[in-house]
Design a protein around this ligand. Structure first.
Ligand SMILES: *[C@@H]1O[C@H](CO)[C@@H](O)[C@H](O)[C@H]1NC(C)=O
Ligand SMILES: *[C@@H]1O[C@H](CO)[C@@H](O)[C@H](O)[C@H]1NC(C)=O
Ligand SMILES: *[C@@H]1O[C@H](CO)[C@@H](O)[C@H](O)[C@H]1NC(C)=O
Length: 570
């Protein structure tokens, strides 16, 4: 009978140490989310590095200094987890310029109120999901917005409009879901930032002088009324056909909020109080401007600017503490059932950039760590001297928020977000691995079937099955026979399925020496297509379940198709 054969002996020399290996893990976490981050040496080291980078940025000696003017831009940063009520890391920088601001605070902290710009869109969809789940996503927006219903009716009886897709959006088929995920094709804004009212001498700018009827009467200094908004919207041109490609639109979100008000019979403001501000006890979050003494105010005009119907697209106010509370509440399913959150936190469309996808209204950045992809679900926002970012990593149950005020805040928030992402995502992976190592590493044995499985962690993702011998048989050989191809790697990944005292994993069973492919089809991982593909008596050979004690430490392991239960040896 065969003796225990360590997997490494099957691999060509040096292969195990290569970082180029494609482990082909599934989308999603490769370790259970870390829960003891405040004690994690990996995370603590990352926050030390981050502090040093922020210190250098503030003192003008880092690569960030081209993106961030320390004397003119103030910012706050909090990193938080679903588990911890207090921030895992926080940083507040008040620029020198604040001393010259005519109103507002002179020193910023977690309670200072900022405008969050388009991060408001995330709140709008959150409210919709709390109120209605996703049931409305496939409904036509015309069902809930009378002005759009009229446009649909007008087009039905007007062949000029039907034939002219360049000038007329076919509203009939535009859905709530397309609006939420920026797939409606509708124009970006009506009135807001239109150059016509802002350029005092068009002729000297190389622009023609427009008749008054073509200059938006609203949207720059005063909000458009609902009538003005729809008149302008319908006269404007669509950008692309609905459903073709994401095109960012503030106007679409204004329409979404009108639809939500009809759908729920409530005003946006009461939905906001009922579903978010009251349940989470938010003190620095509001629809209208709070007292100036609460806020940082680079420009009183933008602080007070009432966006009217466009507020749900970009006008809300928040403190850093409240943004973190909202992020935590999303991660911990406090506001939405887990099933809805899982569907919501997925892309709805790609963009022209491989690492950038779009949800409703998530801006999803794919970060590659070793061979695996970590998706960061974010929403950023800008409004006259303010920028914001809320970013969540569902794989780790961790997020961060950055609010900035002053000059060049868009670049500052983008640059700071990258700095935070680069610092913490690898550390979160490492922290998850370190926790998994303490909980699951070791030898598991069954004397009944004389089976031994040895589990470890290494430089790769997931739990590595080092060896697996059952009654003298090397199971890698058995798996090779079952798969009909060489198996030299068995790694276990959490599925997210839990039962009392149990945590489920699935194995990726593969040949790590296989060719890396010659094009998109052979290069892409097919593991998601192959999971649960080989079953024995209706149980996948890749199904593994750990039993765990009250601290989450593995007490036993079952390779379920074999009907074995192995006890963790100490
Ligand atoms: C900030 O620093 C820049 C460059 O050193 C300078 O031009 C600018 O006037 C400073 N702004 C303030 C508000 O101090
Ligand atoms: C059809 O629509 C066009 C463009 O809006 C408009 O000019 C025209 O008057 C409409 N025709 C009828 C019959 O309503
Ligand atoms: C269990 O298997 C090992 C080889 O893997 C063998 O040496 C040992 O004798 C077996 N024990 C029993 C009780 O069969």
């Amino acid at each position: 009978m065969q003796t225990i054969l360590a997997l490494s002996a099957l691999l060509p020399f040096g292969l195990a140490a290569s970082s180029k290996l494609n482990y082909c893990s599934l989308l999603g976490p490769v370790f259970p989310p870390p829960i003891q981050l405040s004690d994690s040496p990996d995370f603590i080291a990352a926050t030390k590095d981050l502090s040093a980078i922020l210190h250098d940025a503030i003192h003008g000696t880092s690569s960030l200094s081209s993106m961030f003017k320390s004397n003119e831009t103030s910012f706050t940063l909090q990193i938080f987890s679903a588990k911890d009520e207090s921030a895992l890391f926080e940083s507040y920088h008040t620029s020198q310029a604040v001393q010259a601001y005519k109103a507002g605070v002179k020193s910023i902290d977690e309670n200072t109120v900022f405008r969050i710009g388009s991060a408001s869109k995330l709140i709008t969809v959150l409210l919709l999901l709390i109120e209605k789940g996703e049931s409305a996503f496939n409904e036509p927006v015309a069902k809930y917005v009378p002005e759009i219903r009229e446009a649909v009716a007008a087009m039905r009886s007007n062949t000029t409009q039907q034939r002219d897709a360049i000038d007329f959006l076919n509203w009939e088929h535009v859905t709530i879901g397309q609006i939420a995920s920026q797939m409606s094709g509708v124009l970006r804004d009506y009135g807001f930032l239109d150059l016509a009212p802002m350029i005092s001498k068009p002729a000297s700018s190389g622009l023609p002088i427009l008749p008054k009827s073509e200059i938006p009467p609203c949207g720059t200094t005063s909000a458009c009324s609902r009538t003005e908004f729809f008149r302008g919207l319908m006269a404007g041109h669509p950008v692309v056909p609905a459903g073709s490609t994401p095109i960012y639109s503030n106007a679409a979100y204004q329409i979404l909020a009108y639809a939500m008000e009809t759908m729920t019979g409530q005003s946006y403001q009461s939905m906001l109080s009922k579903n978010l501000i009251d349940p989470l006890g938010l003190k620095g979050f509001s629809y209208s401007a709070p007292s100036a003494s609460e806020g940082i105010i680079p420009d009183p005009i933008y602080w007070a600017l009432n966006g009217g119907g466009e507020t749900p697209a970009g006008g809300l106010y928040s403190s850093t503490k409240d943004m973190a509370s909202i992020g935590r509440a999303i991660l911990s399913n406090r506001l939405l059932p887990d099933c809805i959150k899982r569907r919501w936190m997925k892309p709805d469309t790609h963009t022209g950039s491989l690492e950038f996808s779009v949800g409703a209204p998530w801006e999803i950045y794919s970060y590659t760590k070793d061979s695996r992809v970590i998706d960061l679900y974010t929403k950023a926002g800008d409004l006259g001297g303010y920028s914001s970012m809320l970013a969540l990593s569902p794989d780790h149950n961790v997020g961060f928020t950055i609010l900035a005020a002053g000059v060049g805040t868009t670049e500052a928030v983008a640059g700071l977000s990258d700095v935070v992402t680069n610092a913490i995502l690898p550390a979160l992976e490492d922290a998850g691995k370190a926790e998994a190592k303490t909980k699951f590493e070791g030898v598991y044995k069954s004397s009944q079937t004389n089976t031994t499985i040895s589990i470890s962690t290494d430089e790769g993702p997931g739990l590595k099955v080092d060896s697996w011998v059952r009654d003298g048989d090397n199971m890698f050989t058995v798996l090779s026979a079952i798969e009909g191809s060489s198996v030299n790697s068995v790694r276990l990944y959490p599925t997210g399925l839990l039962a009392p005292g149990e945590i489920s994993f699935r194995a990726i069973i593969q040949d790590l020496t296989a060719s890396q492919g010659i094009g998109p089809i052979t290069r892409s991982c097919s593991s998601w297509e192959l999971e649960d593909g080989k079953v024995y008596g209706n149980i996948g050979i890749d199904e593994f379940v750990f039993t765990v004690d009250s601290c989450g430490k593995g007490t036993g392991l079952s390779p379920r198709a074999w009907r074995d239960y192995l006890v963790h040896q100490h």
